[in-house]
Write a protein that binds this ligand. Structure first.
Ligand code: UD1
Length: 429
């Protein structure tokens, strides 16, 4: 298994191209099941989760083709992936595949909407608290699906097609909104999705569905009105930039000090996180083509955060911000409201010298610690990258094992940091 070795202390200077968003690419790829035509996605990140989803979609009969590299192509800018579900050969998504990646559960919606039936294993994915699917199933039931759960599989049936309905989510759910949207676009009649997630990745999916012929009003708001259509067609769509990757490198730059420009991303995608970063003492500015983060000589200040649905502070940046706060001049309070048990990184950060106390859904970080390199273990995708951030400012060497977690969500992490001067290398094996 690969490991990543980091020797802390180097400032970061340079620019980092931001990849396409994993959390948008996955639902967009799944949306290809909705049409017999080709959906062409540009700027798809090269990640293990994307590779896994290609296999899962292949299993349903989707023809997945990756456009070849052109001369002079740097490899940055992601892949162009063409997905064609001309014929769906299997409406079952087996445990062996779904258990590897939670997002693949969402295939249930387009399979049901187009084929009238789907049998999908209950998901696995990151071990961050209980991550139920009751609201996803509620949405499908509202649209007329008959749902049974047996032997770890959800069986959804709508032999006469789905029917438009009102779906009111009791809490904001990204997965629930993706599912409701992908089902409602092919339902007969109009659906209204209330308390819909407003995450940019939901908006990206909705925009792509519109290009495919869907009728959706209220995109970007918490009420989506969907007028079902009989069929969707192919489209070409560019995956939006990854705000979580951008936020991660922004925090890394603030942690290590220096001057880093994140290319290809706009501040509005992660304004809440950038505001907190400014309060912590980093200089944040928009450039023509990205976001510039500087911290030259000034200390890091303690700032409290609470994770919330978009446009609040994203749960996917909580662990990284905690790493930054271990070096702040004071005590900060980090409250996680989206997931219980999303504090697995606390123990590993402690191995580097962080002082963090847990009190229910709050982590209390005593800053101003001198971090010291140590062997640590990645536990989940975002937790593991918080260790990278801590290691950049730790004295000596940190060796991170189980980096396959990182490969699920960060394309070329070590290359992107190394080009800015970090002492980081992957040790294969
Ligand atoms: C969530 C995050 C998303 C992040 C992803 C991966 C939010 C609103 N969503 O999306 O930004 O990228 O994790 O870390 O921040 N829930 C139920 N029943 C359900 C579905 C969800 O109770 O059927 C609950 C969850 O337990 C959680 C909340 O709703 O407390 C939000 O979950 P949801 O947005 O669906 O999770 P993801 O789609 O995984």
């Amino acid at each position: 298994m690969d490991r990543i070795k980091i020797v802390g202390g180097a400032e970061l200077k340079g620019s980092i191209p931001i990849a396409g968003a994993k959390n948008a690419a996955l639902p967009l790829m799944i949306a290809s099941l909705l049409t017999p035509d080709t959906l062409e996605l540009e700027n798809v990140p090269r990640l293990s989760d994307v590779r896994m989803l290609k296999r899962i979609l292949g299993n349903h009969g989707v023809d997945v083709m990756v456009a070849g590299k052109r001369a002079g192509d740097s490899g940055e800018g992601g892949e162009v992936v063409r997905l064609c579900a001309a014929k769906i050969v299997d409406t079952t998504a087996p445990y062996e595949l779904v258990s590897q990646m939670r997002a693949s559960f969402w295939v249930i919606a387009p399979l049901l909407a187009r084929m009238g039936e789907a049998k999908v294993s209950l998901p696995g994915g990151c071990a961050i608290g209980t991550r139920p699917v009751d609201l996803l199933l509620m949405a499908l039931e509202r649209l007329g699906a008959e749902i049974t759960i047996e032997a770890g599989y959800v069986h959804a049936r709508a032999p006469n097609g789905l029917k438009g309905a009102e779906i009111a989510f009791p809490k904001v759910t990204v997965g629930g909104t993706h599912t409701a949207l992908m089902a409602a676009v092919l339902a007969q009649g109009t659906s209204v999705i209330r308390n819909a997630a407003r995450e940019p990745e939901v908006t990206d999916l909705a925009n792509c569905l519109v290009k495919m012929g869907a009728r959706i009003k209220g995109i970007g708001s918490s009420t989506l009105e969907v007028e079902g259509v009989a069929a969707l067609r192919g489209a070409v769509h560019r995956v939006l930039p990854d705000r979580i990757e951008a936020g991660t490198y922004a925090f890394a730059a603030a942690m290590a000090g220096g001057d880093v420009t994140l290319e290809g991303v706009t501040p509005d995608l992660l304004q809440a996180a950038l505001d907190k970063l400014s309060q912590a003492g980093a200089e944040v500015s928009a450039t023509n083509n990205g976001i510039r983060i500087r911290r030259n000589g000034r200390g890091i200040m303690a700032v409290d955060i609470t994770t919330e649905a978009f446009p609040g502070f994203p749960t996917d940046l909580q662990a990284q911000f905690m790493a930054l706060m271990t070096r702040a001049g004071g005590t900060s309070h980090i409250t996680e409201t989206i997931f219980e048990n999303r504090f697995m990184h606390v123990q590993e950060l402690a191995r580097l010298g962080a002082k963090i106390r847990l009190d229910g859904d709050m982590a209390i970080v005593e800053g101003a610690q001198t971090l010291k390199g140590a062997p640590v273990m990645a536990t989940d995708l975002r937790a593991s990258v918080s260790l990278v951030i801590a290691a950049l400012a730790a004295e000596g060497e940190t060796m991170i094992s189980r980096v396959y977690h990182l490969d699920r969500g960060f394309e070329g992490l070590e290359a992107k940091l190394a080009r800015c001067g970090a002492q980081i290398e992957r040790i294969r094996g």
